[in-house]
Design a protein. Sequence first.
Length: 236
Amino acid sequence: MTVTFDFDDDVVLVTGVGGALGSAVAEAFLDAGATVCGADLVDSESEDFLLEDSERIDFYQGDFTDESEVEAAIADIVDTHGGLDCLLNIAGTWRGGDPLDETSADTFDFLFNVNLKTMFLATKHALPHLRKRDGAVVSVSARSSLEGGEGDGIYRATKAGVRILTDSVAKENMGTVRANAVMPSVIDTPMNREMMPDADHDQWVDPADIADVMCFLCSDAASVTSGAAVPVYGEA
């Protein structure tokens, strides 16, 4: 079955747009006719910026752990495009390998800033504009957020925070803004392949498939869905 989405006249913001998942999400919304605004700490000219044809989006380079930069970027987007319909909180990363008692406080701060604070700040400043459009927020949690584990407890805690904050946003904005999260297993990205070269990559979930789920959660087909954490595990 082929599924198509129509986001003509919609304005969407994708954070972490230069990464593997962010670029796939941007491409999916572009293909569906949306005006895509993208934010990333990485310059669009960098070899680490994975979105091809970045000139197709309205790009904002900035640090989304800095509230003043988030506020300015969203205000600029609304001023330029007339509003905001969807926020896709993709910015995030993984760190791990050490037990808790060997994990530095700097690693704790880094992961909570990148994975949770960016989601909090972008959502905080997007909400007043999303309410005007009956908009949607979709954020990225993780399957590993559902339980503790060895060596990456801080990462798991940040992604659990994304789930809980998503549910809180849904409850606080019932009837005006829908908020949902996706929970990937291992995403098939160049970074993950480099870190786990001997894994069975065929079992990992393709970023494009996750992007399709995020499109669904922003579409009218999910109009009755809010506060959900949707598994996107692939075969992993």
